[in-house]
Design a protein around this ligand. Structure first.
Ligand code: URA
Length: 225
């Protein structure tokens, strides 16, 4: 059986290997109260990672991230961006086991789980990380950060681009925030087009189509000297 240790995490080269180590983690009390470890899911080749806080009841039951009400909204957000959960992105959480009564994981619990999160990020090696809510922001950017202050701004850490935005559960409670959240996600799409795939398109935030339709084959008038 695979033991959990920092060395075992470091030896892992694939997400499958890592998942079998993380499933043995007993570093904090959360595992004892949870049904199991919610490791994360998506494409191992994803260039974009979405990071939430921790599993809720439905996630703990199915051992999959973001499959409850907030997860359904996250899937809609992904679809608007032209992404699909298993094809284009990887979805994970700061803590891998459900906190009782869905409370916010303590600083100690986040700290104990941090090596698991960092090992996931090392293996996936994303270019962009979307931080869903305060817990993800405070864990990966600054323990004192306030989501309302930092959302919509880029942070560069270890060669990756981090974009804080509202957690989908917060958007369900405050639908008026969805407009700001979509602005944040459009910034993510801009960065994705800049650094990953210039041709990535979605009808909700289309690429300018200068070479199609009525303008096809029409040459641009050169600027006056
Ligand atoms: N909220 C989270 O932060 N993560 C999940 O996986 C589900 C709800």
């Amino acid at each position: 059986m695979t033991e959990w240790s920092l060395q075992a995490l470091e030896r892992c080269q694939t997400l499958d290997e890592l998942a079998s180590v993380v499933r043995m983690c007993r570093r904090c009390e959360l595992r004892a109260g949870a049904h199991g470890v919610v490791f994360g899911e998506g494409s191992p080749a994803a260039r974009v990672v979405f990071c939430g806080e921790g599993p809720g009841a439905e996630e703990d039951r199915l051992l999959r991230p973001f499959v409850g009400a907030a997860g359904r909204l996250l899937d809609q957000m992904l679809a608007a961006m032209g992404f699909e959960r298993f094809r284009d992105v990887y979805i994970l959480n700061v803590v891998k086991c459900r906190p009782p009564q869905n409370r916010i994981p303590t600083e100690e619990e986040r700290e104990q789980c941090r090596p698991n999160l960092l090992a996931q990020l090392r293996i996936i090696n994303p270019v962009i990380i979307v931080l869903l809510g305060a817990t993800a922001v405070q864990t990966l950017i600054d323990p004192a950060a306030r989501i309302t202050r930092v959302r919509g701004q880029w942070f560069e850490r270890d060669g990756r681009w981090l974009m804080p935005t509202y957690h989908p559960a917060a958007l369900l409670r405050n639908p008026a925030w969805k407009r700001e959240a979509w602005e944040d996600l459009k910034r993510v799409l801009d960065k994705y087009r800049e650094l990953v795939d210039p041709g990535h398109d979605t009808p909700y935030y289309p690429l300018a189509r200068r070479s199609e339709g009525a303008m096809a084959g029409v040459r641009q008038v050169p600027p006056k000297p």
